[in-house]
Structure formats: C-alpha cells, structure tokens
Design a protein around this ligand. Structure first.
Ligand code: DC
Length: 231
C-alpha cells in the first residue's frame, strides 16, 4: 500500500489495543502512539504535585499547571520502543503502576486536559501513517480516520491479562484489586460528559476474548487491505 492512512484503535482498558497498534505500526512502518500513556503522565504529574490523592482532587491547580507540562515520546533504540517523558524526565515505568491506574480516569474527565492532549495528538498525526490507540481516537481525535477499530473483551478476561502483567512488577497486587480497577475505569470512561468512550458509527468492533494476538493481527491486516483497495 503506498498511500499512508490513519488507523484509530479505541476500546476498553486492557483489551490489548497498544499491543495490536504496535504490531501494526511495525508491520506498516507507521508511527505508533499510545494516548493512554499521555493521560497517565498527566496523572503522575498531578500525584507528584499533590493535586490528586486518596482524599483530595485539586483540579484547578492542575489546570493552571498544564502549560508547564511538556510531554514527549522518545524512541529508545535499546528497547525498540518509544518511552514517555515529562519535562525531559523518563516516566515510562512510573506511569504503569496500579496507583496511577486508580486516578487516571478522574484526570481524563478534565476538559482542559483533554483539549491539550487532543491538540498534541492531532499534530502528531497530521501527516498520516500513524496507528493511535485510546478511547476517543475515532470519535474526537481523528474522526476522518480511514480505519477505526473498537476492541472489547470481557472484564474478567481483561483483568486476568492485566493481573498477569502487573504481577511481574508488583508483588502485593491481587486479581480482585485489578478487576475492581478495570470495572471502575470502564464505568468512568463510558459515563464522563467529555468525550466518553463510545463506539464510532463507522468503527469495526473486535471482541478478542477468544482470539490470539496473531489471529487478531491477521483480521486487522485483512481490514487494512480492504481499505487500501478503496483508497
Ligand atoms: O489505555 P490506558 O489504560 O493506558 O488509558 C489510561 C486511562 O486514560 C483510561 O482509563 C482512560 C484514559 N484515556 C482517555 O480518556 N482517552 C484516551 N484517548 C486514552 C486514555
């Protein structure tokens, strides 16, 4: 395929959106952007500055600080992937903890946060040739994307996957804790006023509860070939 397209991958948490997006970007020679990492980075910044915690949520101070937060993805040749930086500090590991996961959906409800990140995402995709994953990519960030995928899987399947992943880094974590977090985030992500997680009218839904990574990849490659025929 010669003409570069935009591929939007949305869906619930822990449906393997980033895994699929990375596979596709490698295969096609496209740029891959995990927008969840950007919401996680703002959340980490809010936690580090005491704007959000178990008992407080100082939205106004965070909004005031937004212009001073510079987010960047920097490619690590050793790891073969892009890592998240906040104001030149590598935060790739810190943004993946369960603590960040427990606050991120709240931070993602803030209109000013979304506006800042959407603007940056649109800028990254302006030349197409991009695979971006998140919650509002096909609906808000790139409503004209040539291919939109919406990924789903049962909450228990997703919690098990997340648990297996987290268990390697955080010993104290329990499956029940992870399932609760997955369900809470599903609820907040689908019920927020600003850009809630909804399936775009022209998105293709893939339930991967019973699909392997390879099967899912082949299905989506088939869809990309279909799109290429009409472009
Ligand atoms: O994909 P993830 O689980 O790393 O995303 C973390 C959170 O960020 C998720 O619970 C909702 C929010 N998010 C969002 O609101 N919009 C996006 N485009 C990406 C993520």
């Amino acid at each position: 395929m010669n003409k570069k397209i935009t591929i939007a991958i949305d869906g619930f948490s822990s449906t393997g959106k980033s895994t699929l997006a990375k596979q596709l970007a490698n295969h096609l020679g496209y740029v891959f952007v995990d927008t969840g990492a950007m919401y996680r980075a703002i959340t980490l910044f809010a936690m580090q500055n005491g704007y959000i915690g178990a008992e407080n949520f100082d939205k106004e101070s965070l909004i005031k600080s937004l212009p001073a937060i510079r987010l960047q993805f920097r490619y690590s040749p050793e790891l073969g992937l892009a890592e998240m930086y906040i104001n030149d500090v590598n935060v790739e590991n810190e943004i993946r903890t369960i603590e960040v996961s427990s606050f991120v959906s709240k931070i993602a409800t803030i209109a000013e946060v979304r506006a800042k990140l959407v603007e940056q995402q649109q800028e990254m995709g302006k030349d197409k040739g991009i695979v971006m994953d998140g919650r509002d990519i096909g609906t808000v960030v790139f409503p004209d994307a040539e291919l939109k995928i919406f990924m789903t899987a049962s909450a228990t399947t997703r919690a098990q996957r997340r648990y297996d992943e987290l268990k390697q880094k955080e010993d104290a974590i329990t499956y029940e804790e992870v399932l609760k977090n997955v369900e809470e985030r599903d609820y907040i992500d689908t019920h927020r006023d600003n850009s809630p997680l909804v399936i775009a009218e022209d998105a293709i839904e893939i339930d991967n509860s019973h699909l392997t990574r390879e099967e899912q990849f082949e299905i989506v490659l088939g869809l990309i070939n279909e799109v290429a025929k009409t472009e």
